[in-house]
Design a protein around this ligand. Structure first.
Ligand SMILES: Cc1cc2nc3c(=O)[nH]c(=O)nc-3n(C[C@H](O)[C@H](O)[C@H](O)COP(=O)(O)OP(=O)(O)OC[C@H]3O[C@@H](n4cnc5c(N)ncnc54)[C@H](O)[C@@H]3O)c2cc1C
Length: 480
């Protein structure tokens, strides 16, 4: 396991890391879960609620990796855009998958109440903003989400977006009033507490070093104990390692870095009025206002583990690029977590062989999708619910090992570079158009005063002059 995958300058969750118990005796149970991240803990919670005996084996501690270092935005959907999903598996199955992703989000909402998780700070609304002008695409997306996928959405025009986010970097936006955000780094510990309360046992500092999935009772070996279980759920994400190395190699590890600024006072309110989560359509930046006047921001990514502190200046620069009026911001905390990216962009949810399950590859959309995966797997084991089969078209595809990481990074950088260029071009065009409109208005005003007609624009040299249209031939209209 990589030591530095989740290091940070200040530990936000240190206080919540309570009694860690290591497994030191042999156990016989119904379900053994490998990994105490969001995925493993949700399986454990749901299976324990349904009456199974469950043990979670965690090599480090609850929420050690991505699950304890995420930003807490909960939205429906997946990493793969809805149009690509329809192209791949058809409209009806996409609708079902989308409905499952909404159920996942609602499962998180039901858990993240002040009663169950005090201080979880749930607030409503998320905005996805476009880095380029995409009005037509936006309308098509809104119609599809609203009419076909029963998701409440609002389309925001550029003016509305810019009234809330004072930057010319963003154009249109899709607002999800039912999406919400929570204190992401607290949620995973709340989930562990709920799972324990439901009867699941969670053992930390207990790495699984090997599994034998053959036979009805499967065997698990840890450094200090052995377990037997009817079902094993592999929820170790990119760090699974020895128990099933081939499975880890189907994920491209991506370290994502995030930070919180020092208090920014009134200048933050002047720059950002919107209080929900903001994500750009290229998935580069994700941010929101926290604690009244601080900004929480996630942006840079690498395909290798690096010290998060190194990325504080890059995040500060990125904030200044998008909101120059904030000036230089002081970063008070920075951290990272590694997400597992699949080749096809969809999570890995299902049964690898009888009694051996996988729940990983949740990418940046982990809150709703891990919740959904946990429910699907527990309900399949205990109730025979077969809906996890909707994920069968998304097979385990080798992510390319070390070469894949380099290629993934290069592709990621190229995509970021080209979307930044597209954004710059869109802003340039917008400025040019408004200059042109202002010039035309001045000319029209001058002509009005002088009592002359504005001159007709000449087509550029070399292009044929547009001819006046022929009178329409009604009989022939629509035929060729
Ligand atoms: C900076 C950042 C911001 C994010 N923001 C959001 C957001 O706002 N909204 C959202 O939906 N998603 C977000 N995500 C994504 C989300 O955090 C992940 O998709 C999700 O946490 C993945 O959960 P997991 O349980 O699969 O994996 P992990 O969190 O990696 O958990 C796996 C656990 O398994 C353990 N393990 C592995 N192998 C073994 C073994 N052999 N034996 C024992 N234990 C083992 C590991 O120690 C680890 O604790 C963000 C991620 C990052 C990094």
């Amino acid at each position: 396991m990589n030591e530095s995958s989740a290091s940070k300058i200040v530990g936000p969750d240190a206080a919540t890391l309570t009694e860690r118990s290591r497994l030191s005796f042999d156990l016989d149970i119904d379900i053994a879960v490998v990994g105490a991240g969001l995925a493993g803990l949700t399986v454990a919670l749901e299976a324990a609620r349904l009456g199974a005996s469950v043990a979670v084996l965690e090599g480090r501690h609850v929420g050690w990796n991505a699950s304890g270092h995420q930003l807490g935005t909960v939205m429906p959907g997946y990493g793969l855009p809805i149009g690509d999903l329809i192209a791949r598996i058809g409209f009806e199955d996409t609708r079902e998958l989308w409905a499952l992703s909404r159920e996942g989000a609602e499962f998180v909402r039901a858990n993240a109440t002040e009663e169950w998780m005090p201080g979880i700070a749930l607030s409503e609304g998320a905005l996805v903003v476009s880095n380029v002008e995409a009005g037509d695409e936006l309308i098509a997306r809104l119609q599809m989400l609203g009419e076909d996928f029963e998701t409440e959405v609002e389309g925001w025009q550029v003016d509305r977006v810019r009234a809330e986010l004072r930057t010319d970097h963003y154009f249109h936006g899709v607002y999800y009033p039912k999406a919400f955000q929570i204190d992401g780094r607290k949620y995973v510990h709340g989930l562990a507490a709920l799972a324990r309360r439901a009867g699941a046992r969670i053992f930390e500092e207990t790495p699984v070093v090997s599994i034998d999935p053959s036979g009805i009772r499967k065997r698990i070996v840890t450094p200090s104990a052995r377990l037997r279980a009817s079902h094993i759920v592999l929820a170790g994400n990119i760090h699974l390692g020895a128990p099933l190395r081939r499975l880890s190699e189907t994920l491209l590890p991506v370290w994502r870095y995030a930070a919180v600024t020092a208090p920014l006072g009134m200048r933050l309110a002047e720059a950002i009025a919107f209080q929900g989560s903001v994500t750009d359509s290229d998935g580069i930046d994700q941010f929101r206002v926290v604690e009244g006047d601080r900004l929480m921001w996630a942006s840079p990514e690498t395909t290798w583990a690096a010290n998060p502190a190194r990325f504080a200046p890059a995040i500060a620069r990125r904030i200044r690029t998008i909101f120059p009026q904030l000036g230089g911001v002081e970063i008070s905390e920075v951290w990272s977590g590694a997400i597992g990216q699949t080749v096809h962009g969809m999570p890995q949810i299902g049964q690898l062989r009888k009694g051996l399950w996988v729940a990983s590859g949740f990418g940046r959309h982990g809150l709703n999708t891990t919740a959904m995966a946990g429910q699907l797997i527990a309900r399949s084991i205990l109730w025979g619910d077969e809906r996890w089969r909707l994920f069968s078209p998304f097979e385990l595809v080798w992510a390319g090992g070390a070469t894949g990481r380099v290629a993934g990074y290069a592709i990621g950088m190229w995509e970021r570079g080209s979307s930044a260029a597209a954004g710059a071009l869109a802003r340039y065009r917008e400025r040019a158009r408004s200059r042109e409109r202002a010039a035309e208005a001045r000319l029209a005003e001058a002509n009005r005063k002088a009592g002359t007609r504005p001159p007709q624009r000449r087509p550029p040299p070399g292009r044929p002059r547009p001819q006046p249209p022929e009178p329409a031939n009604r009989e022939g209209e629509g035929t060729s």
